[in-house]
Design a protein around this ligand. Structure first.
Ligand code: ZN
Ligand code: MN
Length: 476
């Protein structure tokens, strides 16, 4: 048996208006290549970088959210390496004085969070086709990038995924990064080793090029398995960088790992050290929004929801906000069963519609008030759950009040015994076989009859009431 040791290095692009060291727009996903560039981010001789305070504030806020220590003084360093999409031939990063150190998340120690600049992008394909040459787009060169490094406290692939997902939620709650892995706004690297004895570390392999949560999971599993097979067959693990091949689902050797001295770090001479001692760090801490962990605990206690339901609600801050706005419209007591009904409609039906139609909260036409009204109509028995689904679709399209949709569509629930009994009697007279089956104790015969009743009333009756009435009539 081998004991795995895993640490993560996670880069996330900071959502700022401008780039890290110049005033170019921090935008690289839409439009043409090489439009958001200037002499500073293209590294023309004689240009001088100016640090973006908005990006520094973002990293400090992340540090506070992770219960880290915020540096009182900090500075940037040059990290030398050659890459065609890195025009300077070095990256401005941080070495010995990161803005944040000693944080904690999910019981995993965070070594540091520092700030640096991103590189541009090499394009090997144009419009989905392999190009005749490699092109370079510098729109992303100089975008602010946060790098978070953990201690090797992670024990398995699931823990690594849970950590990365929670970090993504936190930066989204803070509004400092969209952290979309598919768009390259969040990039995960894993340092992986295995050993026979606990406390003893094996040779570390760094896995790069991980572009989804699924890849985080599968790359770690693959690499643990590969290292075990190498050791079991008498081989040795080499310290190296491997890349995750998302098509072949394997890690492949890229190069032997550099050590820190290869980068020849030295303090960036064009930027003054940064003095944070005058910043109101306590005030920034008080100004943090409610974070996922606190929201999770509060929603379970305050509304009596299950942990699974709460997990769906807190995944994006917009879901939890919408939920709580709708709950306040219910004007009900806390822990009311209506709240569970509302949470279920929200996380299954509405979420489903929004996913299928690719509609975000900024385009959603249903107000929390109208959503709460729909739930109330179901609870009052004025709307069957089947009709509620149809009404919800109309509300989604038009944003109209559910009662208006019902009135205009002539939709109502047929619930009274005097109204339903003739329907019941008619169905029974046409289905003697079902009556016979019922008398023999075949319970699915009642389901069949209820189905006939729903069809006959065009879904305007409640299946529960139909069932009661059929049973009543049949046992007469
Ligand atoms: Zn620029
Ligand atoms: Mn980095």
């Amino acid at each position: 048996m081998y004991i795995p040791t895993i640490g993560l290095e996670i880069h996330m692009i900071v959502k700022t208006k401008t780039k890290m060291f110049c005033s170019c727009p921090n935008s690289f996903e839409d439009g043409n290549p090489n439009i958001n560039v200037c002499p500073v981010c293209l590294a023309h001789p004689g240009t001088i970088p100016v640090a973006n305070e908005e990006a520094i504030r973002a990293v400090v806020r992340l540090g506070l959210a992770l219960n880290g220590a915020i540096a009182t003084t900090s500075h940037f360093d040059r990290k030398s390496y050659f890459y065609p999409d890195l025009p300077k031939g070095y990256q401005i990063s941080q070495y010995d004085e990161p803005f944040v150190s000693h944080g904690m998340l999910h019981g995993i120690r965070i070594t540091r969070v520092h700030l640096e600049e991103d590189a541009g992008r090499l394009l090997h394909d144009i419009a989905g086709k392999k190009a005749d040459a490699t092109y370079v787009d510098y729109n992303r060169a100089g975008s602010p990038l946060m790098e978070l490094v953990t201690e090797p406290d992670i024990k398995n692939a699931d823990e690594a995924v849970a950590f990365a997902k929670e970090l993504q939620r936190i930066v989204r709650y803070l509004g400092i990064s969209d952290a979309d892995m598919e768009k390259g706004q969040m990039r995960v690297e894993a340092n992986i080793s295995i050993s026979k004895k606990s406390g003893e570390l094996g040779t570390k392999v760094e896995v790069k090029n991980i572009n989804s949560f699924r890849a985080v999971h599968d790359a770690i599993l693959f690499e643990l398995q590969r290292q075990e097979e190498v050791l079991e067959s008498g081989g040795t693990i080499h310290q190296e960088t491997r890349g995750w091949n998302d098509v072949k689902r394997i890690t492949e050797s890229q190069r032997s790992k550099e050590s820190a001295h290869d980068y020849r770090y030295f303090p960036e001479p064009d930027l003054a050290p940064i003095d944070l001692s005058s910043w109101d760090i306590e005030g920034m801490k008080r100004g943090l929004p409610e974070l996922p962990e606190a929201k999770r605990d509060r929603l379970v206690v305050q509304y009596g929801l299950s942990k699974d339901l709460v997990e769906l609600l807190i995944d994006q801050p917009e879901w939890a906000n919408y939920f709580e706005n709708a709950v306040s419209e219910l004007r009900t007591e806390e822990k009311d069963p209506n709240i569970v009904l509302l949470a279920n409609y929200l996380t299954s039906d509405l979420k489903g519609l929004m996913n299928v139609k690719n509609v975000g909260f900024d385009q959603l036409k249903i107000t929390p008030e109208n959503f709460a009204d729909l739930v109330r109509l179901v609870d009052d028995g004025k709307l069957s759950s089947r009709l509620a689904k149809d009404i919800l679709v109309k509300m989604f399209e038009t944003g109209e009040d559910p009662e208006v949709i019902m009135r205009e569509g002539g939709i109502r629930v047929i619930g009274g015994e005097e109204e339903l009994m003739p329907v019941i009697e008619e169905i029974l007279s046409k289905n003697p076989k079902a009556i016979e089956d019922f008398k023999k104790g075949k319970m699915n015969s009642i389901q069949f009859l209820v189905g006939q009743g729903m069809a006959r009333t065009k879904g305007q009756a409640s299946p529960d009431i139909l069932k009661v009435l059929f049973e009543k009539k049949l046992s007469e």
